[in-house]
Design a protein around this ligand. Structure first.
Ligand code: NDP
Ligand code: 8X3
Length: 253
């Protein structure tokens, strides 16, 4: 297997951290991006211990200047990225539309849409010059469906779906693959963040089911990345077996 330079956003927790460890086991070179230095450095140490050259780049994907600076640093230090796992994102709140907090809307839109765009463009600039590359955007089942209280989070993931298609249409002629992974319920820090630290409310999201794990999603990302160069997987939708749609969930397990 050829060794790749892999950029992963949101690598301090959840899917991003699991993907970093999955990639480290295969000896790829990693650039890890997130805001929380301590957590990110811990993941990086674990990757290094697995034998992977790993560097951390602290940024907030909502800040275009930080994205520009830190992606330039990653390029100068490690070289042209072969892969971007465009994963950083969050949900905030699950309130009825009229009761929702517009500040939550701003943060979700700025992170899940604009942050993904900033990172995607930064990586694509280098990939177009190299005539190769692979961008894996993390969408969601929430990008296929809308559920009560999910108005803006679902809108941001519908946007990721459109952006993924648009990126592919513009970049395929440069030999760049653009893929999406669209998971349903997965237990990470996601619900703790969504409910602003309310652990009981976060746990209740997964009550009575066996949710997906971060490692399940990392496995899908690895599968997509490891296809031969002539194969581009457009999208993988995965849910727990106990979840048929966003709201049709069998909690009897
Ligand atoms: P976690 O909360 O466990 O991890 C989210 C990661 O995103 C963290 O590393 C966090 O790092 C990073 N992040 C958040 N905001 C920013 C920001 N402004 N700048 C930089 N990094 C940021 O959640 P998941 O791993 O579950 O979620 C990862 C992605 O998967 C998200 O896009 C989410 O929408 C999506 N998703 C999640 C599902 C689930 O059920 N868990 C299902 C489908 C999709 P830090 O705080 O250190 O910056
Ligand atoms: C995360 C999955 O169902 O909580 O994207 O929206 S869900």
């Amino acid at each position: 297997m050829s060794k790749k330079i892999v950029w992963i956003t949101g690598a301090s927790a959840g899917f991003g951290a699991a993907t970093a460890l999955r990639m480290a086991k295969e000896g790829h070179t990693l650039a890890l991006f997130a805001r929380r230095r301590e957590k990110l450095e811990l993941v990086a140490q674990q990757c290094e211990a697995l034998g992977s050259k790993t560097e951390v780049f602290i940024l907030d994907v909502r800040n275009a200047d930080e994205v520009s600076k830190q992606t330039k640093n990653a390029f100068e230090s490690l070289g042209t990225p072969d892969v971007l796992v465009n994963n950083a994102g969050l949900a905030l709140g699950l309130d009825r539309f009229d009761q929702a907090n517009p500040e939550h809307w701003n943060q979700m839109i700025d992170t899940n849409i604009k942050g993904l765009l900033y990172m995607g463009k930064a990586a694509a600039d280098y990939m177009v010059k190299a005539g190769r590359g692979h961008i894996v955007n993390i969408g969601s089942l929430a990008g296929k469906e809308v559920y009560p209280g999910g108005h803006v989070y679902c809108a941001t993931k519908h946007a990721v779906e459109a952006i993924t298609k648009g990126m592919r249409q513009d970049l395929f002629k440069f030999g760049i693959r653009v893929s999406q992974i669209s998971p349903g319920l997965a237990e990470t820090e996601f619900s703790i963040v969504r409910f602003e630290g309310n652990i009981d409310r976060a746990k209740a999201v997964y009550h009575g089911i066996q949710p997906l794990t971060a490692e399940d999603i990392a496995e899908c990302i690895a599968f997509v990345i490891h296809q031969p160069p002539h194969v581009c997987i457009h999208d993988i939708v995965l849910t727990p077996t106990a979840q048929a749609t966003s709201t049709l969930i069998n909690r009897s397990q």
